[in-house]
Design a binder for this molecule. Structure first.
Ligand SMILES: Nc1nc2c(ncn2[C@@H]2O[C@H](COP(=O)(O)OP(=O)(O)OP(=O)(O)O)[C@@H](O)[C@H]2O)c(=O)[nH]1
Ligand SMILES: [Mg+2]
Length: 436
């Protein structure tokens, strides 16, 4: 016999279904209710303490992106980090006593810990111990969308875990699936090194195949002879917002770190009719884990194959100079050298017009607001100028039998004049070197 709801349970059902559940859903949807893990942040200052506090602010932003929050930060001045426990063991015990006060799950250290530091600290403090690398890997695992992105993150996580296996066992079982444990590799944590190596071998092969496919796509793009520009910059600078502004791409642009992990290429049509292929890339950060650089090398190297580098800078950020330094350093580590650089000082709606930021490595500088649209005409002009520098001036006659070439020049060059004479089409134009 079918059970029937009695009158009072119908009432309860309607209260829950119509009143309480939708309110709860709305609150979760807009982030009003959220389960947040709470951590204490810890760093060692061997030099300028202010810079270390700024780095802790960034660590707090990373934690927020991963879905947790920082209850408090602690900086200890030392000549060098303690090789056994990162911070001094006395300081570690002191902080451990505050865990209950702040109701914190554990601590996050601002540098990558050695396996020994990881094990000693988690035993000494009897709590979850994470480091900056684990947190960044965790965010990448959360944000990876494509198969290639997921495999790259898994590879980076396995590299980290293979080298830290001895220090992690207790740490991870304690966390039970929270921050620092996400991503495809999490169930493999307790497996032995050999299993991890076997999996890394399979991943390396799959990633190699994907890299080959990426190179083919890149070559095809190159055969089209369109000039290409890579949009690079510190994470959250506004790279995807700029791509959307210039090409209507509809890329995810959000106030979070590492929203973009997979490169996205779109055509940008400039006011003088020329076309430029723009690629949005994964952002950089201070102390970007080397495991990620290795695993994401083929993605990060998009800039290496571009004709122009568009460097997007969040000019309103207090650490703008350090961010630019990190970007230039990472680019040179990736072998991206000798390319024309256009620096886009973004978020101009948030700072004073006379706030000039030095950047002697850029060939051209423009101030824009990718979000509001200010300065975009100047940016187009700067791109056109850079493109013309990559082109050669031609004054020639195209036979009528090869009229298709004129279309190519119209699309990829800049046609100044065309005259139809008996011997063919007389043209004057700027043509990309590769089309020539
Ligand atoms: N006020 C202001 N905000 C901007 C501007 N450009 C981008 N933003 C905001 O900055 C945040 C980050 O923008 P994104 O375009 O996602 O930045 P990104 O460089 O692609 O970031 P990642 O992909 O995470 O590295 C978003 O909240 C944007 O709305 C701007 O010109 N002015
Ligand atoms: Mg982005």
């Amino acid at each position: 016999m079918k059970s029937r709801l009695t009158a009072p349970s119908w009432g309860l059902y309607f209260i829950l279904r119509i009143c309480i559940f939708p309110i709860w859903q709305v609150q979760v949807r807009f982030g009003i209710i959220k389960h947040m893990e709470n951590y204490l942040l810890v760093a060692v200052a061997t030099g300028n303490e202010d810079e270390v506090w700024e780095s802790l602010d960034e660590l707090a932003a990373l934690l927020e992106t991963a879905g947790g929050y920082a209850a408090e930060g602690f900086v200890q001045n030392l000549d060098h980090p303690d090789p056994a426990t990162y911070i001094g063991s006395g300081k570690a015990k002191e902080i451990a006593e505050l865990l209950d006060v702040y109701d914190a799950t554990g601590i996050i250290c601002d540098d990558e810990l050695s396996p020994m530091q990881l094990r000693n600290l988690s035993e000494l403090m009897d709590c979850a111990v994470l480091d900056r690398t684990m947190l960044i890997l965790d965010i990448f695992a959360l944000h990876a969308k494509t198969r290639e992105g997921k495999l790259q993150v898994e590879m980076a996580q396995l590299k980290y875990r293979a080298s830290h296996l001895t220090g992690m066992g207790k740490n991870m079982s304690r966390l039970g699936g929270g921050i620092g444990t996400r991503g495809p590799g999490e169930t493999k944590l307790e497996t032995d090194r050999r299993a991890i190596r076997r999996r890394m071998g399979i991943l390396a092969r799959d990633l190699k195949d994907m890299e080959k496919a990426r190179n083919v796509t890149r070559k095809k793009r190159g055969n089209g002879a369109n000039l290409t520009a890579a949009i690079v910059g510190y994470t959250n600078a506004g790279k995807s917002t700029l791509l959307n502004r210039l090409s209507g791409a509809g890329a995810l642009a959000e106030d979070m770190l590492f929203a973009t992990l997979d490169p996205l290429t779109r055509v940008c049509r400039l006011p003088d009719g020329e076309e430029l292929l723009l690629t949005d890339t994964v952002g950089f950060i201070n102390k970007l884990p080397h495991q990620l650089i290795d695993a994401f090398r083929s993605t990060l190297e998009e800039a290496k194959y571009a004709d122009i580098i568009v460097h997007v800078v969040d000019s309103a950020d207090a650490n703008v100079t350090m961010h630019m330094e990190v970007v230039y350093r990472t680019l040179s580590e990736l072998g991206v050298i000798g390319k024309p650089i256009l620096t886009v000082f973004n978020k101009s709606d948030l700072f004073e017009a006379d706030h000039a930021i030095p950047d002697d490595r850029a060939d051209v500088r423009v101030y824009v607001s990718a979000k509001a649209g200010g300065g975009i005409d100047e940016l187009y002009k700067a791109l056109e100028t850079l493109i013309h520098e990559q082109q050669v001036y031609v004054d020639t006659v195209i036979p009528y039998t090869e009229g298709g070439r004129l279309d190519t020049i119209r699309r990829q060059g800049h046609l100044l004049s065309e005259e139809y004479e008996a011997d063919g089409i007389h043209i004057r134009a700027y043509v990309p070197k590769q089309v020539l």
